[in-house]
Write a protein that binds this ligand. Sequence first.
Ligand code: S3P
Length: 186
Amino acid sequence: MSLLAPGRNIVLVGLMGAGKTTVGRLVAAQLGRRFLDTDDEIEADAGRAISEIFAAEGERGFRRHEAAAVRRVSALRGQVIAVGGGAVLDPSNVTALRATGDLVLLDAEPAELAARVRDPGSRPLLAEAEDLTARLAELRAVRDPAYASVSHVIDTSRLSPDEVAAEVVAWARTRPGLLDREELRP
Ligand code: S3P
């Protein structure tokens, strides 16, 4: 990352199980960027696990922590950022993220997301679900309008994380100002 003219942030959005963290780390490694995950930021800042925050403060309390984490990461440049699946529900989060970054939606069919979600018990919005696929389909339907404001959508259903990361980087190369001059070198 060039210190003089850093590129904009690459922001990965999508439902739980979409592969934001895995793909984000791969993209960051390829570009030599730092990878940030708002869930990790929230846990580090609060000194508690996401599930503990939900238990103590409810989803509304968690969303306040999330909005603060979004503000902090949006103040940076030249990062690869994964945001929690529900972060896009608050339009002011989307505005903050778009001010310094371009949003990419990692999409997949609910059944595929359900197969990929590791440890659903640690995710408060899935913990009670009897049918993980149905729950993810429900969340996807509610969030679809919020996901409409992204710059690029990748259907990850039939792609490996390496293939998705390669597509993110190829797309980023076409977006003016997203990558810095060093990153754009062939
Ligand atoms: C949430 C997604 C989770 C985490 C929290 C709520 C959501 O992040 O922020 O459990 O509302 O979809 P991941 O999408 O990174 O799993």
